[in-house]
Design a binder for this molecule. Structure first.
Ligand code: COA
Length: 157
């Protein structure tokens, strides 16, 4: 059976931590979708369409990876898209409590058997968050190596 995996998030912006999870998940599954959430309640630096196209540009060369954006319930997107796996990155124990709750709630909402699979973040990136990257950048700090070069160029514009 072909495995279709989904890795979703705000990606505002995509960081090297996210990239690491994407590259590893792309090797594990036949097809990986990066699902960019469009959550009007969250104030973002980039619009969902911008995030989607920036991520597409960053991921050129990863042939089994697609990028879409979606709104509403993640479980609806999973059910409609026929995904078998939801991938999440775990940076540490603080992520774990929130992630287990979300995975268990989603499990109730999935129509077919879908596994949430956690990949441990590479320790080189475990301190990174999109909010911190934006804060350091907006105050003039150097974020080279924390976000992919394509993203850094877009942020600098
Ligand atoms: N490396 C670096 N940073 C990481 C990371 C990694 N491997 N994994 C997570 N992060 C960071 C992100 O950068 C982000 O940082 P920020 O808060 O500073 O912006 C933070 O973790 C949170 O991630 P984010 O992707 O923004 O949101 P989320 O963890 O809340 O989950 C969805 C996103 C799409 C999975 C979730 O919001 C969702 O399911 N939404 C749909 C609505 C729904 O179904 N709700 C019911 C859920 S049970």
């Amino acid at each position: 059976m072909k495995t279709k995996a989904l890795y979703s998030g705000s990606f505002d912006p995509l960081t090297m931590g996210h990239m690491n999870i994407i590259e590893r998940a792309a090797k594990l599954y036949d097809e990986l979708t990066v699902g960019v959430i469009d959550n009007p309640q969250k104030k973002t630096m980039f619009m969902p369409d911008e995030r989607k196209s920036m991520i597409r540009e960053t991921l050129i060369g990863l042939d089994n990876v697609k990028v879409y954006h979606f709104s509403g319930l993640l479980a609806d997107f999973v059910n409609e898209g026929g995904y078998n796996v939801v991938v999440r990155g775990l940076r540490g124990t603080t992520d774990f409590d929130y992630e287990i709750q979300m995975a268990q709630m989603n499990a109730r909402l999935f129509q077919e058997k879908v596994e949430t699979v956690f990949l441990m973040t590479d320790p080189r990136y475990s301190f990174i968050s999109s909010t911190m990257v934006k804060e350091v950048f907006s105050l003039g700090g150097d974020i080279t190596g924390l976000v992919p070069d394509v993203i850094l160029r877009k942020m600098s514009k």
